[in-house]
Write a protein that binds this ligand. Structure first.
Ligand code: CMP
Length: 138
């Protein structure tokens, strides 16, 4: 069990001005922000980040959406971070997300689903390193 996970506030939530509310929910749930930045992914960078999904039918749509506007990327720390964060954000499809979760409150649909959360400790480390150097993590 690792104590870190990685998240992005996606272009849909950022453009609607939900970043502050989402970060507030994250902090109130007990996560500490280890590193954070607002950035804009190029199509190439978004494609690299989601390369594991490259054979999926939604890959092109996902890459286009994730490079369509600014995002907020962050590394978060808490005991049992990966599992607890996935509980806080809810199911990938907001129609299936529990009440009170970030995706239930802020996501539009399975593609424009407001936030990303790592699915394993291994991917949390890989995804965090995609955006942040060691000296940017405090
Ligand atoms: P995320 O947690 O960022 O990881 C992969 C993303 O692919 C997922 O959130 C969704 O935004 C997206 N995704 C998964 N399934 C679909 C789908 N059926 N159609 C469009 N996008 C999808």
């Amino acid at each position: 069990m690792s104590n870190r996970t990685f998240t992005m506030i996606k272009p849909d939530a950022f453009s609607k001005g939900h970043s502050g509310d989402i970060l507030s929910m994250i902090e109130r749930a007990g996560f500490r922000i280890v590193a954070m930045k607002k950035t804009l992914l190029s199509e190439q960078k978004a494609g690299e980040f989601y390369a594991v999904h490259r054979e999926r039918p939604f890959y092109g749509e996902l890459v286009e959406f994730m490079s369509s506007g600014p995002i907020v990327a962050a590394i978060l720390e808490k005991d049992n971070a990966v599992a607890d964060f996935r509980k806080l954000i809810g199911a990938t499809d907001p129609a299936k997300a529990d009440d009170g979760t970030i995706r239930k409150l802020y996501a539009e649909n399975v593609g424009k689903n407001a936030v990303h959360g790592s699915d394993s400790d291994e991917n949390a480390a890989i995804e965090g390193a995609f955006f942040f150097s060691g000296t940017e993590q405090w």
